[in-house]
Design a protein around this ligand. Structure first.
Ligand code: PHE
Length: 344
């Protein structure tokens, strides 16, 4: 019996040593120390032993049992530690690896220009107004002092949808819509960005769809000098403090008098290819709101006066960033767009 116990013990210790994981170790525990295991079997056979042998064997069985369970415990600790090690190794993060860059988008140059202009005018007390791109003939032309047969309609080749409905050719209809909302009460001070459409053949400087920004101020005692001062601030903020503006007489049916506004070129008047040697660059159209336009929008032209201006966003962006072809704005070439990213 003693021999058998010794064998059992060494067998068990071998298996414990060989157990590769916690499950195998548990199998060994069940096999040797469980109720149906060989050690229990031996205990059951104790009844047959003599009275002197019994305590001796009892003590031996206990020793064998303890040896096996102590060995299992030790092995268990080892295996558990190894499992934790393995898990740590698997889940470890190499903080020295370079990160994957997160690709960030950026604002389109036209959006940037529009927002910059909006911010500038918001800072002077204007609010931003918007209007529909599919517009009624009334708002796009008639209420702007351009009746149906007016020759000045030829200045803006138009996409008509029906005889009364068209793609707006400028942002000026928003002037009328806004004034109507004010129901004859000033002051009105708005800036209005938006897309406009004209039947043009696309080339480096023309596009059938482009973007404008409109400005309108209506109030009591609004004068041409207010327009001039406002545009002077605009030119200096957008292009640099050393820039000047120049007004040239022009014609728009909805303003009287009307002007074309030039900004002095960055060549400082020496003459370069951008200003075509003149030292001046045309940037926008403007004027004093025509009394007919005020009246048609419900304002008393004896009490109120106003000024308005309209500019092409593309033109401003082209001058500001030195872009030579208007088509760059619409072709979504990432190489072009990335140059305006503020993130890189
Ligand atoms: N709407 C005119 C255009 O598109 C620009 C303009 C706006 C002129 C406001 C005068 C006043 O050409």
């Amino acid at each position: 019996m003693e021999q058998k116990l010794k064998e059992l013990q060494s067998q068990a210790l071998e298996k414990i040593a060989a157990a590769a994981n916690l499950k195998e170790l548990n199998d060994v525990r069940v096999a040797y120390l469980g109720k149906k295991g060989p050690v229990t079997e031996v205990l059951k056979g104790m009844g047959k032993l003599s009275a002197e042998e019994r305590p001796k064997m009892g003590a031996l069985v206990n020793v064998v049992r303890e040896t096996i369970s102590k060995s299992i415990e030790e092995k268990q600790e080892l295996l558990e530690a190894a499992a934790i090690e393995q898990q740590l190794a698997q889940e470890s993060i190499d903080v020295t690896l370079p990160g994957r860059p997160v690709k960030q988008g950026s604002h389109h140059p036209l959006t940037r220009v529009a927002e910059e202009i909006e911010d500038l005018f918001i800072g002077m007390g204007y609010t931003v107004a918007e209007g529909p791109e599919v517009e009624q003939d009334f708002y796009n032309f008639e209420a702007l002092n351009l009746p149906k047969d007016h020759p000045a309609r030829d200045m803006q080749d138009t996409f008509y949808i029906t005889p009364e409905l068209l793609m707006r050719t400028h942002t000026s209809p928003v002037q009328v819509r806004t004034m109507q909302k004010h129901e004859g009460r000033g002051p009105v001070k708005i800036i209005c960005p938006g897309k406009v459409y004209r039947r043009d053949s696309d080339d480096a400087t023309h596009s059938h769809q482009f973007a404008q920004i409109e400005g309108l101020v209506v109030g009591e005692n609004i004068r041409m000098s207010d327009l001039k001062g406002t545009l002077d601030v605009f030119a200096k903020k957008m292009f640099g403090e050393d820039r000047e503006i120049r007004l040239r007489p022009s014609f728009f049916p909805f303003t009287e008098p009307s002007v074309e506004v030039d900004v002095s070129c960055m060549c400082g008047g020496k003459g370069c290819s951008i200003c075509k040697g003149t030292g001046w660059i045309e940037v926008l159209g403007a004027g004093m709101v025509h009394p007919n336009v005020l009246e048609m929008a419900g304002f008393d032209s004896n009490k109120y006066t106003g000024f308005a201006f309209g500019m092409g966003q593309e033109r401003i962006a082209m001058l500001k960033y030195g872009i030579d072809d208007i088509r760059h704005f619409y072709t979504n070439d990432l190489r072009f767009l990335k140059q305006f990213s503020v993130h890189e």
